[in-house]
Design a protein around this ligand. Structure first.
Ligand SMILES: Nc1ncnc2c1ncn2[C@@H]1O[C@H](COP(=O)(O)OP(=O)(O)OP(=O)(O)O)[C@@H](O)[C@H]1O
Ligand SMILES: [Mg+2]
Length: 503
């Protein structure tokens, strides 16, 4: 609409409203002066708060986003076709809330908490604000309890602690979602409530995720907050905040929660679209200037609360999709700087069959080490050292034909270590299984096993231990430490196992 016409309408409306002569009401009721693309510009709501919910006729709701002198910009939820110029808009005095509660577990809902799975109404009356101020420093404790993903490459090398924010980053189709789903599956019977938020995903992709969770018995402890590709941008924008509120319900009840935002790249795009429609000045890569704040205030809500505040935790895995592995573009650098580390996935590794395709050299966890069990820490230390030497040597070996025996042996050991870090999807492992798997590699028990046989060796080794030496695993479970006597019994068991293993 040309600016002149808009101004005209505004002035006409202003005149009309003046005629009513009730100042108070003028702040509480406004009039739509422009509507389109899921955004309405409303005149006469000067009293409205940012993020307040306003009501249009026909039960359409909107979220106040832009407060300007003359008008406010409102993002519409649902069918914007039902809103017309001249429609009355009422304040509700409430900021956006979503339903929360245990009743949501096992369900697929939209960002307003309405069922999206056809399983009938959700019987909860509890609500929470979609946006809250993140807990401050005094309300927080340092991370000290592990959140096991069940993936060796992560639990050993980039361990996650409860309350941590770890970025999962990589190009498209590198297994980002798979890592998040494995982590959710691994929380089964661990008392961690999970929330999986989809942002602008295809309906079929969401259905596949729900199906995967269900098949692995993980839907019962999970809430799927789904915003789809054909939802309005305000709905897509809102999804992570609403999901976060649903997860926080558990956190502030003293429980542990885990949330995945899949993905924040699409979230940034939705926010950019909304902002352009609201005619906010675009900044770098046409994103609005406050995109950093948009993501940081979301991720700040992940926390380990102190005991006085209930002692609950919220661990978050934001996902970011990169283009051609470029982590230096605007949104990735932003999110890298607000998280406590990143799990970096690579297309090359993925295509070479190294899955999960984690580049262990580029991945870090800045706080999770404090949360590792002692046994895992012992193994991880040895593993990390071996791997970094291996990487250096492998880079060197590419250009050199004759290597000394020692280097060859080290390369052979590294090849086997890398092999042991591979893992099928949907097969998370308990930490003691991970420890004994990595143990054989780190202790060089695989020297006489062909690289191609390493994964079969691992599988059968675990099966052997579970069937004949469960006591070693029990010991590890209870003592959480690789004591000398456990090492000795493991070495003995490996020797025993190798006699049967047809290498
Ligand atoms: N550890 C694994 N082992 C074998 N296959 C895997 C593994 N991880 C992921 N895959 C497969 O690779 C494909 C891509 O995985 P996934 O959907 O998790 O990637 P993504 O990075 O989330 O992709 P998108 O960019 O489409 O969101 C899927 O078909 C998935 O099943
Ligand atoms: Mg994905």
């Amino acid at each position: 609409m040309p600016a002149t016409r808009k101004d005209e309408i505004s002035s006409i409306l202003k005149e009309q409203i003046k005629a009513f002569d009730y100042d108070l009401e003028m702040k509480e009721i406004g009039v739509v002066v422009e509507v389109g693309d899921g955004i309405a510009r409303v005149f006469g709501l000067q009293g409205a708060m940012s993020a307040e919910i306003v009501r249009f006729p026909n039960d359409v709701y909107g979220l106040v986003l832009n407060l300007e002198e003359e008008s406010v910009g409102v993002a519409l939820f649902g069918e914007s076709e039902r809103v017309q110029e001249g429609d009355e808009v009422r304040r509700t005095g409430r900021v956006l809330e979503t339903v929360v509660g245990e009743e949501l577990l096992g369900r697929v809902v939209d960002p307003l908490g309405r069922p999206r799975d056809g399983k009938g109404p959700i019987k909860t009356t509890k609500t929470r604000k979609a946006e809250i101020k993140a807990p401050g420093v005094v309300e927080r404790l340092p991370v000290d309890t592990p959140l096991q993903t069940g993936l060796k490459a992560i639990d050993a090398l980039t361990p996650i602690g409860r309350g941590q924010r770890e970025l999962v980053i990589g190009d498209r189709r590198t297994g980002k979602t798979a890592i998040a789903l494995d982590t959710i599956i691994n929380q089964k019977d661990k008392g961690v409530a999970c929330v999986y938020v989809t942002i602008a995903q295809k309906t079929s992709t969401i259905a596949r995720v729900v199906d995967t969770l269900e098949r692995h018995g993980a839907l019962a402890h999970t809430i799927v907050v789904a915003s789809e590709a054909n939802d309005s941008t305000p709905m897509q924008y809102l999804a992570p905040y609403a999901g976060c509120a649903m997860a926080e319900y558990f956190t502030y009840a003293g429980k542990d929660a885990f949330i995945v935002y899949d993905d924040l790249t699409k979230h940034a795009v939705a926010y950019r679209e909304m902002s352009l429609l609201l005619r906010r000045p675009p900044g770098r890569e046409a994103y609005p200037g406050d995109i950093f704040y948009t993501h940081s205030r979301l991720l700040e809500r992940a926390a380990r609360l102190s005991d006085e505040h209930g002692g609950g935790s919220l661990t978050a895995f934001p996902i970011i999709e990169t283009k051609a592995g470029d982590i230096t573009s605007y949104i990735p650098t932003n999110v890298i700087s607000i998280t406590d580390g990143q799990i970096y996935l690579e297309t090359d590794l993925f295509n070479q069959g190294f899955r999960p395709a984690i580049n262990v050299g580029y991945s870090v966890s800045r706080v999770g080490g404090a949360a590792q069990t002692k046994a895992m820490k012992q193994i991880a230390g040895e593993l990390r050292l071996e791997l970094s030497q291996y990487r250096e040597l492998a880079a060197f070996a590419e250009f050199s034909a004759d290597l000394d025996e020692e280097s060859k042996a080290q390369l052979a050991r590294g090849d086997r270590l890398m092999e042991v870090l591979k893992q099928d999807r949907y097969a998370p492992m308990p930490v003691e299984d991970q420890v004994v798997s990595l143990y054989v590699a780190v202790q060089n028990h695989l020297a006489d096993v062909e690289v191609s046989a390493v994964r079969r060796f691992e599988e059968e080794w675990l099966r052997f231990l579970h069937s004949e030496h469960e006591e070693i695993l029990d010991d590890l479970r209870t003592r959480k430490e690789l004591t000398d006597d456990i090492r000795a019994t493991l070495d003995h068991a490996v020797a025993q196992f190798k006699e049967r293993f047809g290498g």
